[in-house]
Design a protein around this ligand. Structure first.
Ligand code: DC
Length: 231
């Protein structure tokens, strides 16, 4: 039986990857890494430092000269299982989830040097195993030899509804159509970017959760973990 697996969870935006990845990490006593939060944190850094304009044009040279100094860390509060993302020592967990950041993140995450820096940080975090990492390129680029690769998906409408509920619960004023447009646009950009586009790894197990309850989904994932332990 294998211990300390490396588990890669990839898939489209807003299909519940981070919720399930967090739940799985907690269940197994593993570390959880939300790689989307890292790209969001770099995007927030760009927005605050005027390195990106409203059309998504990034001042690449200026960003490249500081990319290695951007410090991104995660902490997890054990009793509540709440994860916090820190950007240069500041708690940015709520700010990186805002729609303004979601609208711009694809322009930052498609840049080669941003991706190489994030991938190398992610690989360092996974050296010891015992990790659940979610993102778009975890099974294809970050950990091509992961012990278990899961590719999650759900229909765009189901995903937009989930994100809409999440944001309105936090008091953000957004419309469903605005969210659906953002989901569709990010799907397109994530799948069509030149470097590390979102795609299913050949050896990934597909999980479409459009019609699954959280409990059903988690039971399926635990089965996958058990199988991966035996391999
Ligand atoms: O999972 P998320 O929606 O928080 O991700 C934010 C953005 O970051 C998403 O539009 C795609 C990008 N991303 C990426 O390119 N590679 C990853 N490993 C994770 C996220």
């Amino acid at each position: 039986m294998k211990e300390n697996l490396v588990i890669a969870i990839d898939g489209f935006s807003s299909c519940g990857k981070s919720t399930v990845a967090k739940q799985l990490a907690r269940h197994l006593g593993y570390i959880y890494v939300d790689t989307g939060a890292m790209y969001r944190a770099v995007t927030l850094f760009c927005m605050r430092n005027h390195l990106i304009d409203n059309d998504g044009n990034v001042s690449a040279d200026a960003l490249e000269s500081v990319i290695n100094t951007i410090d991104i860390k995660f902490t997890c509060d054990k009793p509540t299982a709440k994860n916090t993302t820190w950007l240069n020592g500041e708690n940015v967990e709520d700010e990186i989830r805002r729609i303004e950041v979601s609208d711009k993140v694809s322009y930052v995450s498609r840049i080669g040097f941003v991706r190489s820096r994030m991938v190398s940080l992610q690989q360092q975090m996974g050296v010891q195993g015992g990790i659940v990492m979610d993102g778009r390129d975890i099974g294809t680029v970050v950990f091509p030899n992961a012990d278990l690769k899961i590719f999650m998906t759900a229909s765009p409408e189901v995903r937009a509804q989930r994100r809409y509920d999440e944001l309105t619960a936090k008091g953000e004023t957004v419309t469903f159509s605005q969210i659906l447009e953002n989901v569709n646009q990010r799907d397109y950009l994530d799948q069509h970017r030149e470097i590390a586009p979102l795609r299913q790894a050949d050896d990934a197990k597909v999980l479409d959760n459009s019609n699954l309850t959280r409990e059903e989904q988690f039971a399926l994932i635990l089965q996958m973990v058990e199988e991966a332990r035996k391999e």
